[in-house]
Design a protein around this ligand. Structure first.
Ligand code: FAD
Length: 580
């Protein structure tokens, strides 16, 4: 073991304390495994706390006609045929139980006057099936999961940044990380590892995330460990992010605003969704509303800050304060705008990674033995367009499944807890940090900013082959610059080291995104290629990637067929109006 590196051992190591990581840890402990959870942030402050509008399950409490089959159909149809049916089926069948579990663990979802769980509309769902806790659903879910994990005695290692997965004899044998406050390095040796590390939307500016999360960290860790990725080009741009002031540009205006009747207009006062989706209007799919907003702005019909207007004031102060309390407070605090009296100005913002690590549907095992991935870092559920509210239930259903399977395989080798040594991998990981800590040229933060502008400009809402090729070239330049950068110096160096590692993850996942976007020579869902403006039925495939000898390899795989008994539920084209 490298000098000065601490060692900790566990049967199951969970990386990330968002909903997926917490749910995996709970499942692994309940399955009898000895577990350790490592995260960059405090246990109750992972990215999931930002989730606002709600979580889906076909409970039928307000629309009794709803069913899991209809939820399945909405999910698969709106994915433009790229969702894996097995993943969507498991999710929609198990969603009601996942909600019940949260209720049992004290999550205070909104209720109807007769005490049932209330459900609201989210875009492109046929029925009301989105449960919510005001517009702070994510925080309430995380608090319930943390309570449950603490009651089970799950140990946490917080404020620790994982920089490598340790691979020994072709198996994942743990991870390596450093303490963000002290720099202390630790090798976490484990029999199985679950990644619950979130997506890669911080690669774009504007985005809805926070600056130290969502750099595709876990996706890059998995790729470097030999795992395959899938659908990396499929990134959801949310139609409504704040446009001003600059330091909060991109902050999400939750879909619940449109769910509660919010109306979109341009600078000419036109309710422009009538041109893009006259039937569903503002409750159309995210990809359509995002492209509509983008087009209105690009064609010069935007407002003073370069956005379009979203108005919910007709619902009145009481309704807004009850259903959208956070939005009401945020707009007043950030912009002095009272949304019960006037519209807000919004524009598209990078929001969600629909692609990620390729996993097997039932257990979310990756292509590397001993390594699992769940939540936003994994792929398979959303295809080319995620339905709002499906992610929060994804992290619960598949976090539980990944944690259960990780616990099952963890004890099988017969060795002691976290029995490997992975000495070579540990030495390499420590060496990488030492090299970065040596003095160098260029600041990680500046390179991160350059990367974000580049991705927005060349691989954003609308893409072209020429732009993507320029993007690849500039990414190569940034990668070279990142090789020379240094983070040494003063007391802020651990933070800079984290930025440096985030940048490296970002560069890897950016390249995978661009290569996927080049391969997908069509327009489908959130992936708009202005040089290939139509959907190509021959490209109803998932693009997979892995690291080969010569760099990233990209290939197409057919999407598994929808089971015969569920096919009749898919009664419409993707993006076609659904019945209400
Ligand atoms: C503003 C906003 C609103 C949203 N609203 C909704 C909604 O209403 N409904 C819905 O379904 N979805 C919503 N989403 C999406 C949803 O919140 C996320 O997809 C989901 O929370 C992802 O959970 P996760 O557990 O997969 O990852 P995350 O919650 O992103 O957690 C990952 C954790 O891993 C940690 N981590 C990452 N890399 C490392 C590393 N190398 N070392 C250590 N730790 C690491 C991160 O710090 C983070 O804490 C929203 C998203 C945003 C941004």
């Amino acid at each position: 073991m490298a000098a000065d590196v601490l060692t900790r051992r566990a049967r199951v190591l969970v990386i990330g304390t968002g909903g997926a990581g917490l749910r995996a840890a709970i499942a692994a402990v309940e399955s009898g495994a000895d577990v350790l959870v490592v995260g960059k942030r405090g246990r109750a402050d992972a990215h999931t706390v930002m989730a606002a509008g709600g979580i889906n399950a076909a409970l039928g409490t307000v629309d009794p006609e709803d069913s899991w089959q209809q939820h399945f159909a909405d999910t698969v149809r709106e994915s433009y045929g790229l969702a894996h049916p097995a993943v969507a089926e498991i999710l929609t069948r198990e969603a009601p139980a996942a909600i019940q579990e949260l209720v049992d663990w004290g999550c205070a979802f909104a209720r109807t006057p007769d005490g049932k769980l209330d459900q609201r509309y989210f875009g492109a769902h046929r029925y009301r099936r989105t449960c919510y806790a005001g517009d702070h659903t994510g925080r309430d879910i995380i608090e319930a999961l943390v309570r449950r994990a603490e009651a089970l005695g799950v140990p946490f290692v917080e404020h620790t940044h994982v920089t490598r997965l340790l691979v020994e004899d072709g198996r994942c044998a743990g991870a390596f990380g450093f303490d963000l406050r002290t720099g202390e390095q630790t090798a976490f040796l484990a029999d199985a590892v679950v990644l619950g590390t979130g997506g890669h939307t911080s690669l774009w500016h504007p985005n809805t995330s926070r600056t130290d999360e969502n750099w595709g960290e876990g996706i890059a860790l998995a790729l470097s460990a030999g795992a395959e990725l899938m659908d990396m080009e499929l990134v959801q741009f949310h139609p409504t992010g704040l446009v001003a002031p600059e330091d909060i540009a991109g902050t999400l205006v939750t879909e619940a605003v449109r769910g509660e009747g919010g109306i979109l207009t341009n600078a000419l006062g036109e309710r422009f969704m009538a041109r893009y989706d006259p039937e569903r209007m503002e409750l159309s799919t995210r990809d359509r509303v995002a492209l509509a907003n983008y087009t209105e702005i690009l064609e010069g019909r935007g407002g003073p800050h370069g956005g379009v207007f979203l108005d919910v004031s007709h619902r009145g102060l009481d309704h807004i304060q009850e259903r959208l309390p956070k939005m009401y407070r945020q707009l007043l605090a950030f912009q002095g705008v009272d949304i019960s009296k006037e519209p807000m100005e919004v524009a598209p913002t990078a929001h969600y990674s629909m692609g990620g690590i390729a996993v097997e549907p039932e257990t979310h095992t990756t292509t590397v033995p001993g390594l699992f991935a769940a939540g936003e870092c994994a792929s398979g559920l959303h295809g080319a367009n995620r339905l709002g509210g499906n992610s929060l239930v994804d992290i619960l259903v598949f976090g539980r499944r990944a944690g259960t399977e990780a616990a099952r395989i963890a004890g099988q080798g017969g060795a002691g807890v976290g029995g490997g040594q992975a000495a070579g991998a540990v030495a390499d990981a420590a060496g990488e940090l030492d090299a970065l800590l040596a003095a160098g040229e260029g600041s990680p933060k500046e390179l991160q900013d350059t990367l974000r502008s580049l991705m927005w400009e060349r691989c954003g809402v609308v893409r072209t082959e020429a732009g993507l090729l320029v993007c690849l070239e500039e990414l190569a330049g940034l990668t070279e610059a990142s090789g020379a950068m240094g983070v040494g110096g003063d007391g802020e160096r651990w933070n800079r080291l984290a930025h440096g590692m985030d940048l490296r993850s970002g560069l890897m996942t950016a390249e995978a995104t661009v290569r996927g976007a080049l391969a997908r020579r069509e327009t489908r869902g959130a992936h708009n290629r202005s040089d290939f403006p139509a959907l190509d039925p021959a490209l109803t495939v998932n693009f997979r990637q892995r690291m080969g000898e010569e760099g990233l390899e990209v290939w197409a795989e057919p999407v598994p067929a929808v089971p015969e008994d569920l096919a009749p539920w898919l009664d419409g084209e993707a993006g076609a109006p659904t019945r209400r």
